[in-house]
Design a protein around this ligand. Structure first.
Ligand code: ADP
Ligand code: MG
Length: 724
């Protein structure tokens, strides 16, 4: 893709960056930059260093301590190429205060000349002090002399093809060309974000030039922890853009139209909703009732609902979805529920079928592995409207699937889906409303990886959030234990005892194949071991205890058969990779063992644990950890395991997760596969977020044009993501 230039910078071109800025074919440099997402000048300007090196000073070798990064100037006193133990170039240098040995395992002939005896070199690298004196491995060397830089040298995140000097030059050129004027003058803002220090407000230009070339006296710690006022300035700009963008989407949506889904007013007890409630084997929790009301109120409006339903694992989101579906179907429209995996979709389908079919609801079911004949029949039912409720996987959003009148789209485990998929579902309604406005279905997204509520409310300004903050009654909290791998046999004893009592057990492994680099358990081997270990163990009826294996590379029918045997209670122990993570509901399972638990993320552990403790029996989750060389128990892993033992509360887990991992990963990578915020850090920057939240609506009202420009500049191509 040829580099796009923002209009404001077309006049200033730096010839040092690219010889042919107008060329249609991207240059090698442009391709490499594109890999880093750097297609515009402003993107280059906003590509901040990971860290800095100090090349501003020459130090004396005698003063350098072991492990220091240092720059010296010294004369070559000896040079040799040896072949034992391997080919290497060894150069000894002396700066008058001490000597140092430089080693190179790869080198060119030209380097031998450049480092000939008698040459004076400027050398930079990490110094190691050993028994044989100071050494440097592969230091940077050039001829001594020449000016010293006056600023710290930035080290940028890069890709293999792109060296630091080339990238540095590109960033420099981007900085020079980009329009760095402040979008909003301080006078535009009601309230200034001053950042932490006592500095006056930094302009964007000053902040960026500073961060790319900080002066040597800068406290590096404030750059590293991003608390420096220049960083604060960028964070404030970014969060402002994020808030404005969300508001824009919310306002755009307010002009869209959706079918009004209202229950027939007179029927009361006769509505599908009421009949479903009456038929359920349990009463709704208060939280469920509240959430159902919130959803129904949204759907009764002619603006499309855009609501996130968050609730801990086991909080009972499925029945909420079913009740929402009932309202929709009662109003004469179709409802679709999309789940990320076939197992989960099928489970939902069975459950909804059991609830809704007795009430006379037509259903259909769509997955990728369906036989062509069955699929054709389903497609027909969906297009004719015979199927009022459609459940399935991604198969639902394929072009071939045409709905009769889809009015409610429910997405389970929404963070597992990408933008395009969510948008595709929204475009499945092919009807027009009054004045030929295109109608959109209402959208309900469900997730069991809750975002702390306040964060959700302020960060997702574009989304309404409903929270199930109460578990159905009668659950016995899961007790979590952490054991070292060496206690595996004790754990197996526990499994035998549970199985003999008629209980079922999950055993989760992190990977399905041994990777050479990491000594991780292999589900297949573990399965074989456990089959051995459970020899002769029987269930209360006298049948031998079956041990099943489930992993993502198995053919779907085989997967389903294994899962079904476990759901039916015919299988005592299910060894699996994380495919069972989402949503599987087997109330008789009372023990979960997670192997190499130190390798899992906190929310993933919590999700897995949510598979047990679903019935009235006391359940246990055992976290087995190992501390081999390849799997050292890091501080963060220890924190995660500790959090698991200390709390069962999904919201508390989410809060700790945020603390341990930092929200960059929390909000970005997990939610979308790409980080959304480059500068701001939601755990740290709540104050700035709140500020941005206050300023954004005012700016959008007063300066709509500038506001759009600001979003474009800061979020660039990422706006589409936010929209979904
Ligand atoms: P999740 O929120 O994790 O998707 P599910 O919808 O799978 O949870 O519900 C977990 C279990 O709790 C299911 O077996 C469901 O039938 C049951 N359940 C849901 N709501 C209630 C309730 N109010 N009282 C008792 N059991 C309930
Ligand atoms: Mg669920």
């Amino acid at each position: 893709m040829p580099r796009k230039k923002s209009s404001a910078t077309d006049t200033a071109t730096d010839p040092s960056l690219s010889a042919s800025p107008q060329a249609a074919e991207p240059t090698v440099l442009e391709q490499a930059l594109a890999k880093l997402g750097l297609t515009r000048d402003i993107d280059l300007a906003l590509h901040l260093p990971l860290r800095y090196e100090d090349e501003t000073r020459i130090v004396r070798l005698r003063d350098v301590r072991d492990g220091d990064h240092a720059q010296i100037e010294a004369v070559v006193t000896h040079q040799e190429v040896t072949f034992k133990p391997r080919r290497q170039l060894i150069v000894t240098v002396d700066d008058g205060s001490a000597t140092c040995t430089l080693r190179f395992f790869s080198f060119y002939g030209s380097q031998l000349k450049a480092m000939a005896v008698g040459r004076k070199l400027r050398i930079r690298g990490e110094v190691r002090g050993g028994f044989f004196g100071k050494t440097m491995l592969h230091p940077h060397c050039k001829a001594a002399g020449g000016d010293l830089p006056t600023a710290l040298t930035p080290i940028y995140p890069t890709v293999a093809q792109l060296t630091q000097p080339v990238l540095r030059k590109a960033v420099q050129a981007g900085l020079a060309r980009a329009d760095l004027s402040d979008t909003f003058a301080p006078g535009d803002l009601d309230e200034l974000w001053h950042g932490t220090g006592s500095h006056p407000l930094w302009t964007l230009r000053d902040a960026l030039y500073f961060l790319h070339h900080p002066t040597p006296d800068t406290a590096l710690a404030t750059l590293e922890d991003h608390s420096h006022p220049a960083w604060q300035r960028l964070k404030a700009e970014e969060l402002l853009a994020q808030q404005i963008s969300q508001l824009q989407h919310r306002r755009e949506r307010a002009h869209l139209r959706a079918p009004v889904l209202q229950e027939p007013p007179d029927e009361g007890a006769g509505t599908l909703h009421a009949r479903l409630l009456a038929a359920l084997p349990f009463g709704l929790t208060n939280a469920q009732q509240r959430v159902v009301r919130e959803i129904a109120a949204d759907m009764a409006r002619h603006v499309p609902m855009h609501r996130l339903l968050q609730g801990d694992v086991g909080a009972g989101k499925t029945v909420v979805a079913a009740l929402a579906a009932a309202v929709c179907i009662d109003a004469g429209w179709q409802c679709a529920l999309m789940a990320p995996t076939e197992i989960l979709a099928e489970q939902h389908f069975r459950k909804l079928l059991a609830w809704l079919e007795p009430l006379g609801i037509g259903t259909a079911w769509l997955t990728g592995s369906q036989k062509p004949k069955e699929r054709r029949a389903m497609l027909e039912r969906i297009e004719s409207g015979q199927a009022q409720l459609v459940v399935g996987t991604h198969a639902i959003i394929q072009d071939k699937v045409r709905f009769h009148n889809l009015a409610l789209a429910i997405i389970d485990e929404q963070h597992r889906f990408g933008v395009a998929q969510r948008l595709a579902l929204r475009n499945k309604l092919h009807l027009e409303g009054e004045n030929a406005t295109k109608l959109e279905p209402h959208l309900l997204m469900m997730t069991a990886t809750p975002i702390p509520r306040t964060l959700a409310m302020s960060y997702y300004a574009d989304l309404d959030v409903s929270t199930l903050d109460e578990l159905p009654p009668g659950r016995t909290p899961v007790v979590t234990k952490v054991f070292h791998e060496s206690r595996r046999m004790d754990v197996i004893e526990r499994i035998r005892a549970q199985v003999q009592e008629g209980r079922q057990v999950y055993w989760v492994c992190p990977l399905i194949e041994e990777s050479e680099a990491l000594d991780l358990s292999n589900a297949t081997h573990t399965h074989a071991d456990l089959v051995d270990a459970l020899q002769g163990c029987t269930m209360p009826g006298g049948e031998p205890a079956l041990v099943g294996l489930l992993h993502s590379r198995m053919p779907v029918p085989e997967k389903k058969a294994v899962m079904q045997a476990f759901i039916d209670g015919r299988m005592a122990l299910l060894v699996s990779t994380t495919v069972i993570e989402v949503g599987v509901d087997v109330p008789n399972a009372s023990l979960m063992v997670i192997e190499n638990a130190q390798r899992f993320g906190l929310s993933q552990l919590h999700q897995l644990r949510g598979r047990v403790g679903r019935g009235a029996v006391a359940s246990v989750c055992v976290l087995l950890y190992s501390t081999g060389d390849a799997a050292r128990l890091s501080d963060t892993a220890r924190e995660r395991l500790k959090a698991m033992v200390e709390t069962n509360d999904g919201f508390e887990i989410a809060r700790r997760d945020l603390e341990i991992r930092g929200p960059g990963e929390f909000m970005g990578a997990r939610q979308s596969g790409e980080a959304m915020l480059r500068f701001a850090d939601l755990a740290q920057d709540d104050e700035i977020l709140q500020w941005a939240r206050r300023e954004a609506p005012k700016l959008l009202d007063r300066y709509p044009h500038l506001a759009s420009k600001h979003v474009q500049r800061w979020l660039g191509g990422k706006v589409e993501y936010l929209k979904a």
